[in-house]
Each structure stands twice: as structure tokens, then as C-alpha cells.
Design a protein around this ligand. Structure first.
Ligand code: NDP
Length: 248
């Protein structure tokens, strides 16, 4: 395991679920953290906890990754000691609805495409040039099993995660010859707020998603993300698929 103490780690979607668990894992590894999401109160609460537990150095960014000018301005205006991002965890994402394509809500599609694909691209475009210029860096994209298999009624969400997979591979190709690594961490079912968001707060429908199997925890995914980030520089875990044992 390579020490990553004092490296600057930017995590998008850090206000809950996998992003928050990654923040905790990297805080424990004594990195500096830039935590981004729209819900500032949730970021503040997490930052307070991590400060108390690990005395972490944390910079908060209230950010909607769909808003390109906001993303560019926020990342350009990071204070000097925070601007050199060493590790980017592109985690912000969501699913909306579980419907047949010809019955789906177009607004839901826009939200998924704008967040999962365009948001990830905007953040990546703003951060990676600095990594290339400094000759070090690691981009870790949170993809999904949905980028490998299209499940019934998953049409557009699966399409966005297939795009994330292709973008991760494309970025890796583009960065060949530089020391900057690209990893894609692709989980199966993880119990987070994801299902509640998917069903617009319908807790009963969200709960049913996990019936019949033991889902992954956000911490299971964060363990893998941290593992990727702490390999020696010549080792790139380019794609990791992690599933609950009883998920096909
Ligand atoms: P959560 O709903 O718990 O977390 C999603 C995070 O994304 C929140 O912090 C949310 O913050 C943030 N986010 C959403 N939209 C935006 C936006 N426009 N701008 C900035 N941040 C945003 O779900 P998970 O932790 O489960 O999801 C994290 C990632 O993992 C997603 O990319 C998801 O697709 C992927 N994934 C999840 C799986 C699961 O079963 N849970 C399985 C496979 C992959 P806020 O609302 O404060 O902005």
C-alpha cells in the first residue's frame, strides 16, 4: 500500500452514500479533502464529523455538476493549497425512474444524462489538465454494473453508465504516456439514498429493490476506491466490478 497522506482528493457527490463513505476512507488515510455536492448542510455535517475524528483538512464546494460555468469557476477558484488535485473521485450521479423507454419521463432522462455523463465530463475537463501538467494524478470514476448489463426498464440509466465506462476507457487511452491513472469502479446494488432518489422519495418502492439479497454497503465500495488509489504508481486497476455475492 502506497501512502497518500497529504494528497488532495476531490470527491463529487460527497454528501451521502458512496461519496460520503469515500470521504471517510480518505480522511482515515490522512489526505486533504475537497468535498462537493449540492446539499451544503450535509457536507458541513460530514466535515464536522471527519474533523473531530481525524482532524481532517477539508474544503467544501457547494456544486451542481450539471452547471458547467459553476463547475469551471469553482475549480478554478480553489485556494492555492487545494487547487492541485491528486485524486479525483467522480461519484456524483443518480437514477430517476424505472420505466419502459416509450413510457419514460423525458425530464428524468435529462437529469440522468446531465448529471452522470455531462457533469462527470465537466469536472474531469477542469481537473485533468492540472494532473497532466504536474505529472501525477488519478481519476476514479464510479460506474456501475449497469454499464455492463442493461436490465429491464433500466434503459437510460444503463445508457449513462455505459457511457461512463466508455469515457473512462477513452480517458485512459488519451492519458497513455503520462503518469495519470484512470480507474473505473463499477458496483452492483449498494444500499444508499440512491433508490429513494430513483423513486422520487417513495420509500416503500425503494426498499423493495434490496429484497432477496444482501446489498453492498457504501463502505464496501469506498474500500475498493481506496485500494485503487493506494496501489504503486505502475499499477492501474483500470476496471473493478464489485457485486453483492447473490447478485447475478
Ligand atoms: P446517493 O443518492 O446516496 O448519492 C448520490 C450523490 O450524488 C449525492 O451526494 C448527491 O448530492 C450527488 N449528486 C447528485 N446529483 C448531483 C449534482 N447535480 N451535482 C452534484 N452532486 C450531485 O447514491 P449513491 O451513493 O449510491 O450513488 C453514488 C454513485 O454510485 C452514483 O454515480 C451512482 O450512479 C453509483 N452507483 C450506485 C449504485 C447503488 O446501487 N446505490 C450502484 C452502482 C453505481 P446532492 O444531492 O447533495 O447534490
Amino acid at each position: 500500500m502506497v501512502a497518500i497522506k497529504d494528497q488532495v482528493v476531490l470527491i463529487t457527490g460527497a454528501s451521502s452514500g458512496i461519496g460520503a463513505a469515500c470521504a471517510r476512507a480518505f480522511a482515515e488515510a490522512r489526505t486533504k479533502l475537497v468535498l462537493a455536492a449540492r446539499r451544503r448542510d450535509r457536507l458541513e455535517q460530514l466535515a464536522d464529523e471527519l474533523n473531530q475524528e481525524f482532524a481532517s483538512e477539508i474544503h467544501l464546494l457547494q456544486l451542481d455538476v450539471r452547471d458547467r460555468p459553476q463547475v469551471e469557476a469553482a475549480l478554478q477558484s480553489l485556494p492555492d493549497s487545494w487547487g492541485n488535485i491528486d485524486i479525483l473521485v467522480n461519484n456524483a450521479g443518480l437514477s430517476r425512474g424505472l420505466d419502459k423507454l416509450y413510457e419514460g419521463d423525458v425530464q428524468d432522462w435529462e437529469e440522468m444524462i446531465d448529471t452522470n455523463i455531462k457533469g462527470l465530463l465537466y469536472v474531469t475537463r477542469s481537473v485533468v489538465p492540472g494532473m497532466v501538467a504536474r505529472g501525477r494524478g488519478h481519476v476514479i470514476n464510479i460506474g456501475s454494473i449497469a454499464g455492463h448489463q442493461t436490465y429491464p426498464n433500466g434503459n437510460v440509466y444503463c445508457g449513462t453508465k455505459a457511457a461512463v465506462r466508455a469515457i473512462s476507457e477513452g480517458l485512459k487511452q488519451d492519458l497513455l504516456g503520462t503518469p495519470v491513472r484512470v480507474s473505473s469502479v463499477d458496483p452492483g446494488l449498494v444500499e444508499t439514498e440512491f433508490s429513494q432518489v430513483r423513486f422520487h422519495g417513495d420509500a416503500e418502492r425503494a426498499e423493495k429493490v434490496y429484497q432477496g439479497l444482501i446489498p453492498l454497503t457504501a463502505e464496501d465500495v469506498a474500500d475498493v476506491v481506496l485500494f485503487c488509489a493506494t496501489r504503486p504508481a505502475h499499477v492501474n486497476l483500470s476496471e473493478v466490478l464489485l457485486l453483492p455475492t447473490d447478485q447475478s
